[in-house]
Design a protein around this ligand. Structure first.
Ligand SMILES: Nc1nc2c(c(=O)[nH]1)N(C=O)[C@@H](CNc1ccc(C(=O)N[C@@H](CCC(=O)O)C(=O)O)cc1)CN2
Ligand SMILES: Nc1ncnc2c1ncn2[C@@H]1O[C@H](COP(=O)(O)OP(=O)(O)OP(=O)(O)O)[C@@H](O)[C@H]1O
Length: 227
């Protein structure tokens, strides 16, 4: 693994604390359990933890019609422990898709910049496009690929607790596809939700692509052929 460089403009301590909210609520307990599960499964090679073959999550995501059709996709750079997106970003660029990546702001909202192929350290261990990259607006993306710790069949999403995507998704285009990426074990029966939570429309795991249906579950979406 690459050695992590200290970001040049780290978040102020009070915002670092808000990005990792205190334990106590249902969400916080679930978040702590899911992060511990990811850490435990990273530490040992665990046969019950389905990891995708290299490139297969990317292939699955790239086969979603909303991604194929999009001229502009907002995506993200994986953090340690998250499902491996492989060469997804490079393959989107190679297709001629414009790719926007998040830049974590000091107020925990997200700005977006165009992916130019290079990344620099951002706050809280994130990596982001260099400041010279063109700014983008999340509202320009026809499809958004976003991280999550858990999602349910109705599209309720649990993130790391900063509320960053809840804030940013308010500015997404109406009708844009919102695609969350989680491990299979993180597709839960029910994720606790609050009024500010923004839901997702599609869930991708290493083995499945599901369309969320807010009232009555999900419809399986044919992914790429599996071998
Ligand atoms: N890949 C990815 N990018 C993302 C998110 C994410 O969940 N995944 N975010 C979702 O909103 C935003 C970043 N929010 C974050 C919130 C908390 C931590 C965090 O808890 N980090 C570790 C290590 C911190 C460090 O190195 O200083 C920690 O605090 O233990 C990281 C990012 C935007 N970009
Ligand atoms: N649209 C918003 N405007 C202002 N604050 C918000 C908004 N959405 C969420 N928040 C704040 O963010 C806090 C954390 O929200 P939540 O626990 O839902 O985060 P999350 O979705 O798990 O995290 P993330 O989106 O960063 O992955 C909330 O308690 C709320 O104070």
């Amino acid at each position: 693994m690459q050695g992590r460089q200290e970001p040049p403009d780290e978040l102020p301590p009070e915002l670092r604390a808000r990005a990792r909210p205190p334990l106590g609520t249902d969400k916080a307990r679930l978040r702590a359990r899911l992060l511990a599960q990811r850490r435990a499964c990273q530490a040992v090679a665990n046969p019950t933890w389905p990891r995708s073959a290299p490139g297969s999550l990317a292939t699955r995501i790239l086969s979603i019609p909303e991604i194929t059709d999009a001229r502009c996709v907002a995506a993200y750079v994986g953090l340690p422990g998250e499902p491996d997106l492989g060469d997804l970003l490079a393959r989107l660029l190679a297709r001629g898709t414009r790719v926007l990546l998040p830049v974590l702001r000091a107020d925990l909202d997200l700005d977006f910049r165009e992916h130019v192929g290079t990344l620099v350290p951002g706050a809280l261990g994130t990596r982001e496009p260099p400041p010279a990259a063109a700014p983008g607006d999340i509202g320009e993306a026809q499809a958004l690929i976003i991280p999550a710790l858990a999602v349910d069949r109705a599209g309720r999403r649990l993130g790391r607790g900063g509320g960053s995507y809840d804030r940013a998704l308010v500015r997404a285009a109406t009708g844009a596809a919102v695609i969350a990426v989680v491990y299979d074990q993180e597709l839960l029966e029910r994720v606790p939700a609050e009024p500010h939570d923004r839901s997702v429309t599609i869930v991708v795991t290493p083995s499945r692509t599901l369309r969320c249906e807010p009232s009555d579950g999900t419809r399986e979406h044919p992914g790429p052929p599996t071998s």
